[in-house]
Ligand binder design. Structure first.
Ligand SMILES: CC(C)=CCC/C(C)=C/CC/C(C)=C/CC/C(C)=C/COP(=O)(O)O
Length: 226
């Protein structure tokens, strides 16, 4: 009697030749595991802190106030205000400070756009994309442009304006609250804002290093003073 044909599933699996065996998967390094855990914790904490992410969120009624803070740290009012001040300024010292503030604001926009474009981290899923004037890279969240600007402007103002102590405290508080509000609005994760603060703080060093003055940019200031 002919023996039944064995089904394909019963056939012995072919033994791969040594050259076709799968390469061993390298185990992730400690740094990769630590980074992954940090990012997972970041997402969890940021979601919890996003209490104003929508009108129906836990603190949804505070959302309009936080959106006002959003505008206070936005690039457009800062650029517009600086250009307006430059147009009105009659003292050479005032013009010098405002010209450097303009340089700082443009530098901030460029650097943030470059880092956002390189990292391409998506905004938190609970974010409502109803932000005041954005550019294409603003679909990404790392780093927070509001946090970089707030930290940089804060250092700039404290160095170049003579302010009474209560006002200096207010400037620092404004910068911190702008950063925190980004997470509460659901716009950012905590690490976006933390890195943004560090980056903005360091950006001011760049502005200080390349400070524009009538000595190193005579053409710029000469043209202005005529
Ligand atoms: C106001 C003048 C005179 C010129 C405007 C020029 C212009 C269109 C500049 C772009 C400003 C702009 C859209 C900045 C983006 C600000 C923003 C939404 C940053 C994102 O912040 P994030 O904290 O959410 O990362």
């Amino acid at each position: 009697m002919p023996s039944p044909r064995s089904s394909p599933s019963r056939r012995a699996a072919p033994v791969p030749s040594p050259s076709r065996r799968a390469a061993p998967v390298p185990s992730p390094s400690c740094a990769a595991v630590a980074l992954r855990s940090l990012l997972a914790a970041d997402l969890r904490v940021s979601r919890r802190l996003g209490v104003c992410a929508g009108e129906r969120s836990a603190w949804g009624s505070a959302r309009p106030l936080l959106r006002l803070l959003e505008v206070s740290g936005h690039g457009v009012p800062w650029l517009a205000g600086t250009l307006y001040g430059l147009g009105r300024s009659e003292s050479p010292a005032g013009r010098e400070v405002l010209l450097n503030l303009l340089f700082a604001l443009v530098l901030d926009l460029v650097l943030v756009a470059v880092v956002k474009g390189l990292v391409r981290r998506r905004r938190p899923t609970h974010n409502k994309m109803d932000m005041f004037v954005t550019i294409s890279v603003d679909k990404y969240s790392f780093p927070s442009g509001h946090a970089t600007r707030a930290a940089m402007v804060c250092r700039f103002v404290l160095h170049h304006l003579v302010l009474a102590i209560p006002l200096r405290v207010l400037v620092v508080l404004w910068a911190i609250i702008v950063g925190i509000s980004r997470v509460m609005l659901g716009r950012h994760n905590v690490t976006d804002v933390a890195f943004g603060f560090i980056m903005g703080y360091m950006q001011y060093n760049v502005v200080k290093y390349f400070w524009l003055s009538p000595l190193n940019a005579p053409a710029l200031f000469g043209a202005w003073n005529q």
